[in-house]
Design a protein around this ligand. Structure first.
Ligand SMILES: Cc1cc2nc3c(=O)[nH]c(=O)nc-3n(C[C@H](O)[C@H](O)[C@H](O)COP(=O)(O)OP(=O)(O)OC[C@H]3O[C@@H](n4cnc5c(N)ncnc54)[C@H](O)[C@@H]3O)c2cc1C
Length: 650
């Protein structure tokens, strides 16, 4: 299948230019895609209708030696966080240098960097636990530490750097030389094929001359080091020009590197994010990371594991929100009872606890699988990022609702009138971006869908594709006859139908059986969709997304049950209660998604959307002040003020 990252909807027609640029975007994304699987994957198997519980069960248990190794750092981090003023950070939009310095001193910029280079040498698990703790206190600090360590230079350097590069940069990074990941540009957001930043070899071939502008580069305004993705001269692949993207390590101090703007946002007020301009920057060839033309693949692989920080950190944030919400639900008395005794609030508190439990299960499991090794994590990581950030957003919303007016009020204002300054309002502003950066929710769904249908398309696509030749159809027929006669009937029978199956899960066994049965059903549904829609499936984002959402729910249910079973064995039977409730809710969602798999009005929505965009329903937009005039208003206001000032002066 070609890349569904460019799927744009049902029954649409586009002009030749749009189709050409879509094709180019697909080609670039496809060539950077990891086409081989480096190990097994529970989620990949699940989309093929195979429930491989053995791949995720038992839940990974943290190494006690690692816990001991991490303890001193975690204690210092906790002590630091307890004493910082996050409302001040939010209010001023700045992280004081003394805070950054303290973080350097305790090693917070080199958590995963090996000790031989001066880092703390801690595991990924310890790292994400630290980030969860930081997030529970301050999102801007998470952005600073995580942009440096999840996607900034240390991670790709560890994965792709040569010895020389590691010797040169790791010690600086471990001491707290802040780094930034520079991929996005004005026209290259989700679609990196549009990248304009270029690096051309110098005449002597020893350097590349880098020019261009990067947008929204987190840490960019404070960084010493950048990892910059830039277009290098095209390569010829199979007789065709192919765009090349290369990753460069760039020093902020080099001539031609310039911060041209610091961006400000609705939340994460102190994030050091900006527009970075590179003008004829001379980058030594040895500063290429991994290899020429491998930059986009490097960026995507870095993000594959880098995006595992967010699932854990948002789970940490949600734990803090849960504590604040349950306390308030008990303290606040309205209509003669604590608000948590009213059913509408009670259900929010219950689901907040159950969902937070599942989110933490997903985060622990995915990171644990990375550490266990011999596992291809990219689908699990994408689901974890998408699922946890979306659930976290709902949890923030519920926390705000439970706190009522106090949820909407700033911490400073609450403090000023003598109330406990719980910063739910800040949490809401800080967390919205999580659904956008490090792969937006839509792009995560496309990425997962691409892999979900990959096997079927590789096997059978040519058979239903009008453009394939007779010989391609014949080859596809051979593959189909080899795979489907055994695979398809087996998707109707399984352990989930046996009432006593998965008995070791006790009360949760029924949920695991449900997950097994519906995994097979999902495999069948994807296959049926391919038969029913053929090549059109590629453009039915909503159908593909429903398949992805079912997969995400089944993965989440499995993770929750597996973790609860592990905790119950350790004596914490309360985890069973939370996993049980989570699974009940998830089952309802799965059933609804299956019932609505083809979407009764997807086509109608698409048509109306095109009408709306063409302005055919602009009749609806009367009686308002247009937001689009905002810029003019600003200019007019400035002009009026100048006139008034001139009048006064005159
Ligand atoms: C605070 C902040 C920090 C950031 N930090 C960094 C950083 O450190 N380094 C860096 O390189 N970048 C960074 N980014 C950029 C971030 O990763 C991008 O915002 C993100 O990739 C989305 O790109 P975009 O905003 O241009 O959205 P677009 O790509 O313009 O997308 C707009 C909307 O359309 C959807 N969409 C796009 N294509 C499709 C499609 N084919 N099908 C369906 N839906 C689609 C998107 O999901 C989104 O909802 C940051 C951004 C912000 C705001």
């Amino acid at each position: 299948m070609s890349n569904p990252a460019s799927v744009s909807g049902a029954g649409n027609s586009r002009d030749a230019n749009a189709l050409a640029s879509e094709k180019e975007a697909r080609d670039v994304a496809e060539s950077a895609r990891e086409s081989e699987w480096s190990g097994p994957s529970f989620v990949r198997e699940m989309f093929l209708g195979r429930f491989r519980l053995d791949l995720v069960h038992p839940h990974p248990v943290e190494d006690p030696e690692e816990i001991e190794r991490a303890r001193p750092f975690m204690a210092k981090l906790e002590a630091f966080l307890e004493h910082i003023d996050s409302d001040m950070i939010d209010r001023t939009g700045e992280i004081p240098e003394e805070y950054v310095q303290r973080l350097r001193e305790i090693g917070a910029f080199g958590i995963k960097i090996p000790t031989q280079y001066g880092g703390l040498g801690l595991s990924y698990t310890s790292y994400v636990k630290a980030m969860a703790m930081v997030t529970s206190k301050d999102g801007s600090l998470t952005a600073l530490l995580s942009a440096h360590q999840s996607i900034g230079l240390p991670q790709p350097l560890k994965l792709f750097g040569n010895d020389e590069q590691k010797q040169k940069y790791f010690p600086r990074l471990a001491k707290g030389a802040i780094s930034a990941f520079a991929l996005t540009e004005v026209d290259a957001g989700s679609d990196p094929a549009n990248m304009r930043t270029r690096a051309v070899p110098s005449d002597d071939g020893k350097h590349f001359i880098l020019s261009g502008e990067k947008l929204w580069c987190t840490n960019g305004t404070r960084a010493e080091l950048f990892l910059v993705m830039a277009r290098t001269p095209d390569a010829v692949v199979k007789g065709k020009q192919r765009k090349q993207i290369t990753a460069f390590i760039v020093e902020a101090s080099w001539p031609g590197v310039e911060v041209v703007h610091r961006c400000r946002f609705m939340g994460l007020k102190a994030i050091e994010n900006g527009v970075i301009r590179f003008t004829n920057v001379k980058v030594p060839r040895e500063n290429i990371l991994w290899g020429e033309g491998k930059g986009l693949k490097l960026a995507l692989i870095t993000l594959n594991t880098g995006r595992l920080t967010l699932p854990a950190s948002v789970a940490g944030g949600c734990k803090a929100l849960l504590e604040a919400s349950r306390t308030w639900a008990q303290e606040r008395v309205q209509w003669g009872a604590p608000i948590g005794k009213h059913e509408a609030v009670a259900q929010k508190v219950a689901m907040m606890a159950a969902n937070t439990f599942a989110m933490e299960a997903i985060a622990e499991l995915t990171v644990g699988l990375v550490e266990r090794g011999n596992y291809d994590i990219r689908l699990e990581a994408a689901i974890a990022k998408m699922y946890n950030t979306e659930h976290a957003w709902r949890i923030v919303d519920d926390a705000l609702q439970i706190r009522g007016g106090r949820g909407y009020e700033t911490a400073d204002s609450l403090r000023a009138r003598g109330e406990r300054p719980i910063p739910i309002e800040r949490a809401m502003r800080d967390s919205r971006i999580n659904l956008i950066f490090e792969g937006s929710s839509e792009i995560m769904r496309l990425f997962i869908a691409r892999e979900a249908v990959d096997h079927h398309f590789k096997t059978a696509f040519a058979l239903v594709d009008k453009e394939s030749s007779k010989s391609e159809k014949a080859a596809a027929f051979g593959r189909v006859m080899k795979f489907y006669p055994a695979w398809y009937p087996a998707r109707w029978l399984g352990k989930g139908q046996v009432p006593s199956a998965y008995g070791e899960f006790g009360e949760l066994a029924g949920h695991i059986r449900f997950a097994e049965r519906h995994t097979r059903k999902l495999g069948r549904a994807i296959f049926h969709a391919m038969v029913r829609l053929g090549p059109k499936l590629e453009r039915r984002q909503l159908v593909l997304f429903r398949a992805v959402d079912i997969g995400a729910e089944l993965f989440a249910m499995t993770a929750a049950c597996v973790r609860a079973q592990m905790l119950a064995k350790q004596g914490n039977s309360r985890a069973i209660t939370l996993a049980g409730l989570f699974c009940r809710a998830a089952r309802g969602r799965v059933e609804h998604l299956f019932e609505n798999f083809y979407g009764a009005y997807d086509g109608e929505m698409y048509k109306v959307a095109q009408q709306v965009m063409r302005g055919e329903h602009s009749w609806l937009e009367t009686g308002i002040i247009s937001l689009l005039d905002n810029e003019e208003d600003g200019a007019n206001l400035a002009q009026t003020q100048t006139h008034v000032a001139a009048g006064i002066a005159g």
